[in-house]
Design a protein around this ligand. Structure first.
Ligand code: GLU
Length: 469
């Protein structure tokens, strides 16, 4: 069987991480099976669908690298197909026009309630042959009254429904527009979807969708209903729990690799392995092994995983993602060291790309002021002399290397009988504006001779001015 999976979000908000996980599972399954993965934008609810959220979904999928094999399909472009297949069901006797008025339906519901029955449409228009003047009829699917509809869910196992519990679903409204369950069915059918991997909030729709597929003469796909994601408090994950839109994870400095890794583990495991590259996910993920229960979101674990990927990934890939942050911060990479070298030097101590940006700005931007606290602590009365001595020795170096610069720092400390920190810290303040940076040899090597010397000279001027005042 050739495998086609789909991700079918409704563009009524941003791509949240629950959706992203469903998309990831569908994508992984298609890729593992050498199949196709398609994106379908379920935008028929015109009131709630927005352009921005379509864009957010496309951006999110692109950022995560979950590329589809074809351009996205928009349901609003397919109304003629829904109408054609609704007509086919009418012609074949699987569907019928229903002329019931609102009042009639309300009376029906009240009666059911009074009798202690579940309110369901009683099928009274199944046999009505004459149109009712003045009423635009809806189209209802004639669902079987007896037996059961069952499917073997790859995650939940066998799921079955009594057909008598399912009433005749409206597939097209009076104005001809199709309803949700019908568009899903038509699309799954015509897009050749072999495996429907989606959130388990759709389990109850599945028997109806299966019945309609069968009436259309379509083969029934295999279903895998993925449990939802809970917040740390055990409640369904929502905006209350903080960032849930995929792009806000980018903004906060996470790597897509890390978010995917985190999401794949939320509801699935492979021994005690925590860190997965994309290739490892593709190798080990099994949709059948996804756990039945809901997984809970744990932000500190995401941080840990992000840090792992920051350290393990090819720095060139880290840079691809870091660039966005550097652009946001207005950094001009031409004003400083090769960012690949900065990544190598910084990534051990930065958990996110945002942190790496903050801690690396000084390489590219000369400090415009010194942090007050750092000045108090490290720019002492003798600092001007220490830095002057240091600058002279730097200028005398035949060649600028991290090691040579470090040697100078050492010897200045030695001659002046100072602890190493009393020399290194003022240098940090002079070159970065604050007292934190990677090891001084790495920092000086990265910053380069010219920038180091001119920043130290500036700090000396600053100290001179201060001493004179
Ligand atoms: N559009 C639906 C949703 O966003 C998904 C439908 C489906 O996957 O069958 O919940």
């Amino acid at each position: 069987m050739s495998v086609t999976t789909r991700f079918a979000p409704s563009p009524t908000g941003y791509l949240h991480i629950g959706g992203a996980r469903t998309a990831l599972y569908s994508w992984l399954y298609a890729r593992q099976q050498g199949g196709r993965f398609v994106l379908r934008i379920e935008d028929t609810d015109r009131e709630r669908s927005t352009e921005e959220s379509v864009q957010a979904i496309l951006d999110g999928m692109a950022w995560l690298g979950l590329e589809a094999d074809e351009p996205p399909v928009f349901q609003t472009a397919r109304f003629d197909r829904y109408a054609a297949l609704a007509q086919q069901l009418l012609d074949d006797g699987h569907a019928y026009h229903c002329y019931c008025t609102k009042d009639e339906l309300e009376t029906m519901r009240e009666q059911a309630r009074a009798d202690g029955r579940k309110p369901m449409y009683d099928g009274r228009c199944r046999h009505r042959s004459d149109p009712v003047p003045g009423i635009d009829p809806v189209i209802r699917f004639r669902s079987p009254d007896e037996g059961e509809t069952a499917f073997d869910d790859l995650i939940k196992g066998r799921v079955s429904f009594q057909n008598k519990e399912l009433d005749d679903l409206i597939i097209a409204r009076g104005d001809g527009t199709p309803t949700y369950n019908f568009t899903v069915v038509v699309d799954d059918y015509e897009m050749g979807i072999s495996h429907v991997i989606r959130g388990d909030d759709h389990v109850n729709n599945t028997p109806r969708q299966i019945q309609i597929l069968q009436a259309l003469g379509a083969s029934v796909p295999i279903y895998a209903h993925v449990p939802m994601i809970l917040g740390e408090d055990g409640k369904r994950l929502s905006k209350r729990h903080g960032a849930v839109g995929v792009m806000s994870y980018r903004d906060e400095g996470y790597l897509p690799e890390a978010l995917l890794n985190y999401l794949v583990r939320l509801g699935w495991s492979h021994g005690d392995q925590e860190v997965f590259t994309r290739a490892e996910m593709l190798e080990h993920f099994r949709i059948e092994q996804v756990q039945k229960g809901a997984g809970a979101f744990n932000p500190s674990k995401l941080n840990w995983i992000n840090h792992q990927h920051m350290q393990n990934l090819d720095p060139a890939i880290v840079l691809e993602h870091w660039r966005w942050h550097l652009d946001q911060a207005g950094v001009d990479l031409a004003n400083g060291p090769d960012p690949i070298d900065v990544i190598k030097s910084q990534r051990e101590r930065c958990k996110t790309l945002v942190e790496m940006t903050e801690k690396s700005l000084f390489f590219y931007n000369e400090p415009t002021e010194y942090a007050e606290k750092a000045v108090k602590k490290w720019f002492k009365a003798d600092t001007q002399a220490v830095l002057t001595d240091l600058l002279e020795r730097f200028r005398a170096l035949p060649e600028w290397t991290g090691e040579a610069a470090h040697q100078v720092v050492h010897s200045v400390a030695e001659t002046r009988e100072l602890g190493l920190g009393k020399v290194a810290q003022p240098i940090r303040v002079a070159i970065s504006g604050d007292a934190v940076s990677p090891p001084i040899d790495e920092t000086l090597a990265l910053l380069g001779r010219e920038r180091t010397e001119s920043r130290i000279a500036k700090a000396i001027d600053f100290l001179n001015a201060r001493n004179a005042a």
